[in-house]
Design a protein around this ligand. Sequence first.
Ligand SMILES: [Zn+2]
Length: 296
Amino acid sequence: MRFDDQSVDTSQLEDRRGVGTGGRIALGGGATGIVGVIIYLLVTFLGGGGTGEGLPGAGPGAGGSEAGASAAADLAARCNTSGAIDQYDDCFVLKVFNEVNEVWTADFQRGGQDYTLPTLVYFEEGVSTGCGQASSQVGPFYCPPDQKVYIDLGFLRELQNQFGAQGRYAQAYIVAHEVGHHIQTITGTEARMRQGQQADPSRENELSVQLELQADCYAGVWSTLANKAGNVSVSQADLDEALRAAQAVGDDRIQASAGARVDPETWTHGSAEQRKAAFLTGYQGATQASCGTVPH
Ligand SMILES: [Zn+2]
């Protein structure tokens, strides 16, 4: 994949790397990631994390924000040199985040609506969020109350290797999926889905799957719109890579790869085939409306 320009915008970035708060896993508040069952699986099968380890929730305060601002300035300087966006994960993921927001800003404007920009947070190991204290081991996630996408780049790489979803466009799909959750938040879809879950707890997982598949669909819409706008040129190989990534993070694949029983009742994100189909629906439909309404 190629970008139309080679500069990054750090105005929506919080670089909190190096100010981690330990590895507690206590995420709540409606945080929605790309791989929902990873917390449980990693703790159970890979011995990761555990509960209550690490430092108690000493999040980055004002000092952390200042450090974050200067880190962001350093990152901008490094990323805006020739070839850096392809070379470095932090530059690449930020660039994709910029491009995703550019496309959605224009798309919302066409629909006569404002698009509120989300924030991208880079962290390592652990982080304080509007959804609670989180460990890297939850994978990339979006937190609706603070409207931020949280990514530990080192763990993202591990996830990609573990689930066979390597490649730059696979990363782009993951970023676009998380920003898809942001769209669901600012349009009220996420709140409606939560209400639906509270009204009928027996539909909790089913409604979660609907939300996740719609985020996959939005990632597909972004892919086409970015290509059309000339922001990002997407090849057939890129598309194949995104589809492989969407499949790789299907709940059935994740359960099977962790040696767990494949049980659709416990799915929160959808099967490999469902996720692939959702991305393709958005890719071909190329409108927010093509991703349907949730809950349905
Ligand atoms: Zn998700």
